[in-house]
Design a protein around this ligand. Sequence first.
Ligand code: SF4
Ligand code: SF4
Length: 399
Amino acid sequence: MSAQPDLEFIKYLKDAGGDDLKKCYQCATCSVVCQLSTDTKPFPRKEMIWAQWGQKDKLVADPDIFLCHDCGDCTVYCPRGAKPSNVLGAIRAYAYTFYGWPSGLAKLASNSKGLPMLVAIPSVIIFVLWLISGGLAIPSAAEFADYGYQRFFGHWDFYWLSKNVFFIDVIMLAAAGLAVVASYNGVSKMWKGMAENAGLKNAFRPSAGSFIKEFLWPAVQEIVKHTRVRKCNENNDRVKGHLPLMLAFIGLFIVTAWSALANDVLALVPALHFLHGPMSFWNPVKILANVSAVAMIIGIGILWINRSKKEAEKGLTPTFYDWFLIWEIMVVGVSGLLAEIARWAGLAGPGYVIYYIHLVSVMMLFMYMPYTKFAHLVYRTFAIAFEKYSVSSFGKNEV
Ligand code: SF4
Ligand code: SF4
């Protein structure tokens, strides 16, 4: 690995919220307060000096960077105001671009200059599909009352797969597919770097089954239970926002999975063609979708307030990395709810425009997931799995 300082990397850290990095004089107070620090691993003091030296390769392959749960304790106790938790946040933001694939898209999603293009890509794709599907026309009040948004992309008299479902499948499966491939690519690169850094390049490899059972599943459980975040002293308010948000995503995942099964599989059976139709307000799946949307708005609203408070009280610099995801999730939740309200109110024109915005925001959420703060969920899960793997019987080099 290069021992030369990467000046561009240092500049990136300063621009991305780590502007007080140079104030660190290695007193190690942060390592005393950080729960992740051990005698042999003085975290985050060690990372602060690596960052000052521009040691990019070491930092992006350091599991502790991803294990840090941004509690802010180190920043509160740092006598020099070097704000180590901000520096670590900036390193994580850099890592998601570094591991991002395709790299052009990852760079675009890394700062506010790319925002117009980030919005334009899905807006144009969905608009063109809306146009060519022949569904640009706003429905009559009667049709809107009967079908809601089920004919947004028009309809055909072919009942095996509705036209709307076909177009939504094409858009969302493409966006989600890109996110899955990009995440797999990024996590593989990260894992390889961590194994090399930890001297485990030739370590025993578990089978896929034991990897999931022994390392990945326990890591997922830790993330869901917020085990480490709950131990925060300074920033444990985030749990109040994360929990409703996580429950909202679980709820929406169930709704999406059911809709895919009902529309793409079950409705192919002639007797079940009715499943293509709009759901009534009292349908349990519809209720779950609406409750999840409300939980999403509450959760992201709490995180929004916490972030604003933290910036005001601690003088933190607002970063694109922190705010892009907050805005994006808020737009998904609010547009979803407003589209539903417009349907109840029988407002077809505004409803269709809001629904279009909703589709664009959902596509953005899927498509940019591997490059935004959302990526933390994936990289952190695998970093926890790596931590467990490295101390297990597998984490030994083959002889
Ligand atoms: S970041 Fe602050 S607390 Fe940590 S070593 Fe540097 S000066 Fe000390
Ligand atoms: S933010 Fe919390 S977990 Fe992260 S380095 Fe600082 S004290 Fe440790």
